[in-house]
Structure formats: C-alpha cells, structure tokens
Write a protein that binds this ligand. Sequence first.
Ligand SMILES: Nc1ncnc2c1ncn2[C@@H]1O[C@H](COP(=O)(O)OP(=O)(O)OP(=O)(O)O)[C@@H](O)[C@H]1O
Ligand SMILES: [Mg+2]
Length: 233
Amino acid sequence: MAAMGEMIENIAHQWRQPLSAISTSATGMKLENDYNLLDSNKLTTGLDNIIDNTTYLSNTIEDFRKYFVKDKVRTKCNIKIVYQNTIKLLKSKFDSLNIEIIEDCEDIYCTTLENELVQCLMNIFNNAHDVLVKNGRSKKLIFVKIYKKYDNVIISVTDNAGGISEEIIQKVFEPYFTTKHKAQGTGIGLYMTQEIVVKHLDGFIKVKNVNLNYESVKYTGANFKISLPLNRE
Ligand SMILES: Nc1ncnc2c1ncn2[C@@H]1O[C@H](COP(=O)(O)OP(=O)(O)OP(=O)(O)O)[C@@H](O)[C@H]1O
Ligand SMILES: [Mg+2]
C-alpha cells in the first residue's frame, strides 16, 4: 500500500503539467471559436498539442504500470539503464524543484529482478527529494554512482541535504520508523527496500553520512549504497 501511495503521488506529479496544457489548448480553441477566430491552422495546432499530451499521459501510465508488476524471473539488465528508467518516472517531480542529478555511472550488467530494484531506487530517490525540499537549500543535488567492486555492482546515491542525525541513523531501516508527518510518510520505504535488497536480490544496503565537495562548495549528506552480486547462479 505504501509503495502504491508513492507511485500514485509520482503519477500525479507527472500528469499535472500535460493536463493543464490540454485544458489550456481546449479552452483557447473554444474561446476562439466563440469569436469566429478559429481558423483551420489554429485548430490543427491545438489538436496536435492535445494529441501529444495525451500520448505522453498514456506513456507515463504504461511506464508506471510496467514497474508495478512483480518480476517473476531474473533478467540480465544494465543497472545504469535500470537507474535511468527510475529517474524517468520521477523527472517532473525533480525538475519542478530544480533537483540536479550528477551521474557517474558505468554500464554494468547484472542478473536481477529489475522491477524490484526500481522500487528500491524510487524509495531512496523519494527520500532524497523529501529531505531536499524540507531542508530548503537552493542548490539541491543528488549524486549517483554505479560501479563494480569485486564481484558486486554498487549503486551509490548521495544527497546534499545535511545527512541523518547520528541518533537515528541506525533506525532508518526499521519498519514504521519515520520522522515525517503522518500524511507524508509511514516509515515503510527503507524497511521494504532493505527487505527486497537482502531477501530478493541477495545483496545488502548501507547508509552513512558523507562530506562532499562540489564546485568548490562543501556539503554534507546521506549516502545509501546498494550492493548486488554480479555472478549469482
Ligand atoms: N536521504 C535522507 N536524508 C535524511 N534523512 C533520511 C534520508 N532518507 C531517509 N531518511 C530518514 O529515514 C526515515 C525513514 O525513511 P523511510 O523511507 O523508511 O520512511 P519515510 O520516508 O519516512 O516514509 P515512507 O517512505 O514510508 O513514505 C525518514 O523519515 C527520514 O527521517
Ligand atoms: Mg521514504
């Protein structure tokens, strides 16, 4: 249910802008028609705009639906592409807040449950989003690194929102642990993420606070690292 809630919230974000574009187009054409100003050029442009936007709406719903279905079999996938597909689902939400993503990702193939990994990454990115909003810093950054270490692929996600206080950092994976208001969080996101990573993907997840330096400015933030085995049977 928690995952469904997040998903719906993300869809709402993706849909707001195209819905408003459709409404503007239709209202504009209706008004022009009332005043006999709607020539066939304007009609075609307006209708094309509506068609483009409805196609986009229908594609987003497909994207979300695809990732909400549980995988049955492991498939060989490029982890970088899996990450990029996740970000695609969050794009409007991130763009509207000027969240900048700094990528350093290698193409690494791994046999895994793609949709479940997308769910995990979504939880981590949504948490970074929430804390960047709350923190209100004008420069909102998320660093994503994907690389190989021994026989594992590491997906590292770091934000610049100040980190997690040392008193609670060990509790973030516990079920129902949240510092958010009831309406904003249930505290199940990271619990679910850890369950999926450990029990379904045979990996592990770690969190720590890090100091970083970007464009000569120093920041602190939370760093989540997912490690998945490359050569599982
Ligand atoms: N990037 C982060 N920076 C700072 N604190 C974080 C970060 N990610 C998680 N946390 C802390 O960990 C808590 C637990 O996160 P979790 O995702 O499990 O639950 P939630 O986000 O509060 O609610 P839900 O994900 O169920 O909507 C958060 O409430 C927040 O206090
Ligand atoms: Mg969360």
